[in-house]
Design a protein around this ligand. Sequence first.
Ligand code: GLV
Length: 320
Amino acid sequence: MKPKVYITRKLPEGVVTKLSERFEVNMYEDENSVVPRDILLKEVKDVDGLICLLTDKIDQELLEQAKNLKIIANIAVGYNNIDVNAAAQKGIVVTNTPGVLTEATADLTFALLMATARRLPEASSYLRRGEWGTWSLMQMTGQEIYGSTIGIIGLGRIAEALVKRAKGFNMRVIYYNRTRKTDKEAELGIEYCELNSLLQQSDFVSILIPYSPEVHHLIGEKELLLMKKDAILINTARGGLVDEVALYEALAKGQIWGAGLDVFEEEPVPSDHPLLTLPNVVTLPHIGSSTVKTRMKMASLAVDNIVNVLEGKSPLTPVN
Ligand code: GLV
C-alpha cells in the first residue's frame, strides 16, 4: 500500500509527478478556488501527507479526523493558517517554504513602496480616464524615496533582503525586532530602534513579521498617530498585524500620507471595503511571492518535504 497524499489546490503538472511516482495522490481539481471544508475534512481522513495553501484552515477539528497524517506541507512561509501546537501534539510535522521566496517578496515590497510613494496606479488611471490636460508643476506629486528613512518591523530573511534594496536607494534603515540583532547592524548598516521611535522617525514603515495572536493589531490607532503626516505604511506580511479600521481613519484624516497593502484582515478583501475607496492606498491581492520561478520553487519545496518525511527522512524546512 502506497502512502496517500492530498493536495488542496490544483498544482502544475511537473510539480506533482514527483509525488505521483511514489504515492497515491489526490488533488482538488481547481486552481482558483479554496477546497470546500466538507471535502477537505473527508479527504484528510486516511492521508499520510497533506499539501495545503495559506487559504486552508488546518485546525484541531481537521487534525482529529486525520488519523494517519504525518506531515502538513504549507506552500507559504507564513503558517498562521495551521494550528502548529495541535499538530505537534499529534506528532505531525509541519513545514513551510522559507528562503525560496525571500527575494521575490522583497522585490514586491519595494515595488509597492515605490508605487505608493509615486502614486503609480492613481496616475495611470488618471491618464486612462482622459483627465491629463497638460503637464503641470505639482501634478501627481508623491513622496521622495531616494535618501529617505525606512523603518522595518522585523529582521527576518525578507526584511534583510529589503534592506539591500533600500540601501540601493541611499535610504537610512532603522529596524525594530523583538530581539535586537547587533551582529546584523554593522553587517547591513542599519540601526536598532524601539517601535515607537521607529514609527516617529520613518518616512516608510514596512511590516515584515509573522502573524500570531500576540501581535494582532500591532499597528493600531496609537501607533498610526506616532507616524509622520507624510509617512507611508507598507504591509506585505499579514493583514491582522494592522488594525484596518484605525488605518482607514488615519488615511482619511491625513494623519499619514499613504499605505501600500498586499494583505488584508479578510482575504479576498470584500469589494466594498472602505480602504478600497481611498486614493492614497495601493492595494494588491496578496502577491508578494508571485513570480513564476518563486511559486514553482515553493511548490517543489513542499513536495520535497512530503517525500522526505514519508520516506523516513528529515523534513527540509520544519516549523515545529
Ligand atoms: C505568503 O504570504 C507566504 O506566507 O508565503
